[in-house]
Design a binder for this molecule. Structure first.
Ligand code: AMP
Length: 227
């Protein structure tokens, strides 16, 4: 692939909340050495730090609505300009609207870059509900657990860093409904857009994380072979 160093892939992960984007993103970026760019993580960090962006978006994120395109666009432009994104990246949770996809096209064109693949992970809504209401995460290192399917060795404590496990403030039933609505209305139309460009890889997100990863790797030559 023309003059690239390192992993070199430029990938997008699409999918409703709770389909396993974060889990798959961590696995893919670890294997091929890409920058993992999660707008959700960037926004949560901004909220934790109380930065101007964080103060602007905190209430919106808590309601499960999408943050305005210009705010998330600025966050993304800054993140993609950092050195570690030069050799490839995986976007997790961006773009989420048509306007954001247009912005991404512009940012890539400015850099003379193109996307390699857009991976859409699909899981039926009842299973998403079950996954999100039982999800717990470590606010210190970001590791994700589940009260039934992925329990830590010690209740309430992160296996990886010893941090305290919590429920995300937007993983409550009413907010999950709002996030799924935002996905259906604003993000799902991107699937047809990327289908038209021939970049789309649709993957069944049910089953164990390694099974889902196997499906992704089967569709992207070079991804599974560098473990
Ligand atoms: P996530 O961690 O991807 O589920 O994102 C958590 C929340 O952050 C979402 O419910 C939105 O409020 C906000 N968010 C994350 N990414 C975006 C984006 N690309 N556009 C707008 N809002 C976003």
């Amino acid at each position: 692939m023309g003059g690239r160093r390192g992993g070199g892939f430029r990938l997008v992960l699409l999918g409703a909340p709770g389909v396993g984007k974060g889990t798959q993103a961590a696995e893919i970026t670890k294997r091929v050495g890409l920058a993992h760019v999660s707008t959700g993580d960037l926004l949560r960090a901004a909220i934790r730090e109380g930065s101007p962006v964080g103060r602007k978006v905190a209430a919106i994120v808590d309601r499960g609505e999408l943050v305005p395109d210009d705010v998330v666009g600025d966050v993304m432009a800054e993140r993609l300009s950092r050195a570690d994104a030069a050799d490839g990246f995986l976007l997790d949770g961006f773009p989420r609207t048509i306007a954001q996809a247009d912005l991404l096209d512009r940012l890539l064109a400015e850099r003379g870059q193109t996307l390699d693949r857009v991976i859409s992970i699909e899981v039926p809504e009842p299973e998403i509900f079950d996954r999100l209401t039982g999800r717990r995460w470590c606010a210190r290192c970001g590791a994700v657990y589940h009260v039934r399917y992925g329990r830590p060795r010690v209740e309430g404590v992160c296996d990886r860093c010893g941090g305290e496990l919590r429920q995300r403030s937007d993983d409550t039933e009413g907010v999950i409904r709002e996030r799924l609505r935002a996905y259906r209305e604003q993000t799902a139309p991107l699937i047809a857009r990327y289908q038209k460009t021939g970049l789309l890889l649709t993957v069944d997100g049910r089953g164990r994380p390694d099974e889902v990863f196997g499906r992704i790797a089967a569709g992207i030559p070079g991804l599974g072979s560098r473990a």
